[in-house]
Design a protein around this ligand. Structure first.
Ligand SMILES: [Zn+2]
Length: 242
């Protein structure tokens, strides 16, 4: 490869690298979209799960309250029966034992009534909570739909830009010498997309290692492809490419 050919080749590599970096950026933005959507979806689902939990708690408290009401009713029936028995017992001992039973049931009932009131208050507050959560959930769902639509729009734009860039790359690549391109691609893979760098002062623009004077001169002359001994990237001199 002659000097002019090499310089032309390095120029094209710089162009390709620019395109590749843009492609990488576009691709990473594209890859991020479904991840972002799924994160939002998870948040929404978690919120909906909370609502389901809330509903379950209300159901549970309602059943417990019903059970307590049944117990209360049954105790009241027993009380009626005992009260009636008070008139027919024969001994004082039976009488006082019955009174004791009656007091015991009254005491229990008073507890049950307190429990029922407490449960009803709990149900009440949980129902309020549920109502608020449902409203919030609808808002979150709407927001999710809006954001998802927005992301899908971005995705479409990015895909178009990506296709354009790939097209551009195809056109540029046609003019590239194959072995130089292969070298670029090999280095690019291992160096996170940065395969060709310019000299900055006396140093490599990729890893900052100082390049010996002799090598710098060779780079400036552009008579052969030179890679940095520090990082292995292809080196060029901005001046020479102008
Ligand atoms: Zn280097």
């Amino acid at each position: 490869m002659g000097k002019d050919e090499l310089i032309a080749g390095l120029k094209i590599l710089c162009q390709i690298q620019q395109i590749d970096l843009e492609l990488k950026d576009l691709q990473s933005k594209l890859d991020n979209i479904p991840l972002q959507i799924s994160r939002w979806k998870d948040e929404l689902e978690n919120y909906k799960k909370e609502i389901t939990e809330n509903k379950k708690e209300i159901e549970k408290s309602t059943i417990e309250t019903k059970e307590k009401e049944i117990e209360l009713n049954s105790n009241q029936e027993t009380l009626k029966k005992y009260n009636a028995q008070l008139y027919v017992v024969k001994t004082n001992k039976e009488y006082s034992s019955l009174l004791h039973e009656i007091e015991e049931i009254k005491r229990k009932n008073s507890h049950i009534e307190d429990d029922i009131l407490e449960s009803m208050e709990t149900i009440d507050s949980k129902e309020k909570e549920l109502k608020e959560k449902r409203k919030k959930s609808e808002e979150l769902q709407e927001e999710f739909n809006r954001r998802e639509k927005e992301e899908k729009g971005k995705e479409k734009d990015l895909n178009e830009k990506l296709a354009q860039k790939k097209n551009e790359r195809e056109k540029v690549i046609v003019n590239t010498e194959q072995s130089l391109l292969a070298k670029y691609q090999r280095i690019s893979k291992s160096k996170d997309g940065l395969a060709i760098v310019s000299l900055i002062g006396n140093c490599c623009g990729g890893c900052n290692v100082e390049i010996p004077r002799q090598t710098r001169n060779e780079i400036k002359l552009g008579s052969k492809t030179i890679t940095c001994e520090g990082c292995g990237r292809i080196l060029y001199c901005e001046e020479s490419l102008k």
